[in-house]
Design a protein around this ligand. Sequence first.
Ligand code: ZN
Length: 423
Amino acid sequence: SNQLENFPDSETLTVYICGPTVYNTSHLGHARTYLTFDIIRRILENVFGRTVIYQMNVTDIDDKIITRSNELQISSSELAQKYEELFFKDMEDLNILPPTAVTRVTECIPEIIAFIQQIIDNGFAYKSNGSVYFNTQAFAKQYQYPKLRYITQESQQELLNNAEGVSMKNRTDDKQSASDFALWKAAKPDEPSWPSQFGPGRPGWHIECSVMANEFLVKQFNSFDLHLGGKDLQFPHHANEVAQLEAFYQKESQIKFFMHSGHLKINNEVMSKSKMNFKTIQEVLQQFTMNQLRILFLQISYDSDINYSTQQLDNAVKVEQKISSFLKNADVVPREPLQKLQVQDNLIIQQTLSCKLEMKKHYQNDFDYPSAFKALLTLIDQCKSYMQGTFQASLVKQTAKEVQTQLELLGLKFSQQNVDQSL
Ligand SMILES: [Zn+2]
């Protein structure tokens, strides 16, 4: 299906992507999400000519951060700062474009408190034992909830409970309804907390994204076009983000479009530390290059699950070698003035042009970059067979330049000196 029919058509696109919770080293699952959306962003900017405002949040206070900082006996802010730095180093090593704006939870506490107060005033949240909960029953009377993804009541409840975090276990009595979720979590002894009219505490997980996107995209640019994230965030996280914005503004959500990236599995299992199949980004980058990892991801559509294996990366290594040997061969053919065009010359000119047009068509079809990338590899094959017969060096160099342009557009880096830049 061509989902792009409903895609926001504004020249400037305001984009929000759920960022990392910075308590540990980033793994390949993070690479799956952020590299995938880096490819999408580059296509939007470089193929469709959009200007992208790209906001990412950093969750720098959270149950997991508190638990880990207690284990390591350092402050939660020290821990968060360390892993945020490592996260952005990983992103840089993967050639992922930096966000336009990075917003952190601990920098937005007053805005979050004011936002929660407004939801209470609007009648969609209530205080209970120092915490504040979103009132899903009251909300569902006026708005659709949950708005994203239709899942069974049972799995919905389980997902919601997991998303609440360990700190909210044994607090179910505080809720009016099991599906309600925390906007503000009352502080436990020795936890980092901020003063508020609800009592000392800290924000729940979902509220931060609604508030930060509202503060930056909605208030600065007056729009919220595109919301990105891994598909595990659809429910409850994104559904609750939408509900919070609607409860705050008392009107339908202004988020125009959601895109969710597929999971990354290792040997058909979800990656986890306990299964010993946990691979950090730096571990993978010791064995394989950024290009090879990007080539692997380029061959799988953004919303499909990836089953990661080293065999798949070995295949990406072969593809990379094929590309770089083609570019080198095209570079070393001696330059000659263009002669009268023969049948085979006209053919390679046609093929080069068709490839460019075909790639654009694929991008327009729900960002089908695997098909676009395949078309580019086909062009390389076509040019290689052109070079088997009588060929003109200038035309080979022209095709190589087009290949190079398309690779760069997708964030792949092949060294510049391999290709003649004077054309
Ligand atoms: Zn989020």
